[in-house]
Design a protein around this ligand. Structure first.
Ligand SMILES: [Zn+2]
Ligand SMILES: [Zn+2]
Length: 215
């Protein structure tokens, strides 16, 4: 599995392009928000001859979905998220404006849903869907066991955890999600968060100041 990361939009969100050796691809959390960012992502897909099969979202905060319109128009692919994240689609521009970001996105409709325990299989790539509410009510992480890679959205960051002050957020729930679903993965698992640099489960277990307390 090839993993390419792009950091997009004013919130510096990490967009992940995954592909297998036969060119079948999926994107996690497309945050591309300008013509330049659209072109950058399109070039990565087209120049490698990739076939983009779907978009999956860890959650639907505006910084993780700004590129969905562009990708759907170009590649006609479905996007998937947890049903409880639909809330965020009602007023994308309003949410973004609260963060000082101008978003001109078409209304999005969540047509395909994912939940804890589901699996995503695209070509040779298999991702397990882990339900990790807390940063957002329908937050998900995607774990690729064969590659020991975890795409954890805004649940867990290198040295930090996601904010829990937005609607649907809850600190106790987030800490439980991280302990129950993420820290039990092998220490070598590389984590690819929604913002900032990558890390590993072992590193975060040892060093993350938010995870040192007993529940
Ligand atoms: Zn978020
Ligand atoms: Zn984010």
């Amino acid at each position: 599995m090839n993993i390419e990361v792009f950091t997009f939009n004013p919130i510096q969100e990490n967009t992940y392009l995954l592909s297998d050796d036969r060119g079948r691809a999926l994107i996690i959390d497309p945050g591309n928000s300008t013509a330049t960012e659209d072109r950058c992502l399109q070039q990565a897909i087209d120049s490698a001859g990739l076939k983009l099969e779907c978009i999956v979202c860890t959650h639907l905060h505006f910084d993780h979905i700004m590129g969905i319109n562009f990708l759907q128009e170009k590649y006609h692919c479905d996007f998937y998220a947890h049903r409880q994240e639909e809330y965020w689609l009602r007023n994308i521009s309003g949410m973004a404006a609260a963060f000082g970001v101008d978003v001109a996105t078409r209304q999005l409709r969540l047509e395909k849903t994912l939940k804890d325990g589901d699996e995503i299989q695209i070509g040779d790539m298999r991702l397990e869907v882990l339900g990790t509410p807390g940063h957002s009510a329908g937050g998900l992480c995607f774990y690729a066991p064969a590659q020991q890679a975890l795409f954890c959205g805004d649940s867990l960051f290198a040295g930090s955890i996601g904010r829990t002050d937005l609607p649907g957020g809850d600190l106790g729930t987030l800490i439980s999600s991280i302990h129950d679903k993420l820290l039990c993965l092998p220490d070598e698992t590389v984590i690819y968060p929604g913002h900032g640099p990558d890390s590993s489960i072992g590193q975060e277990k040892r060093m993350n100041p938010y995870l040192q307390y007993q529940r």
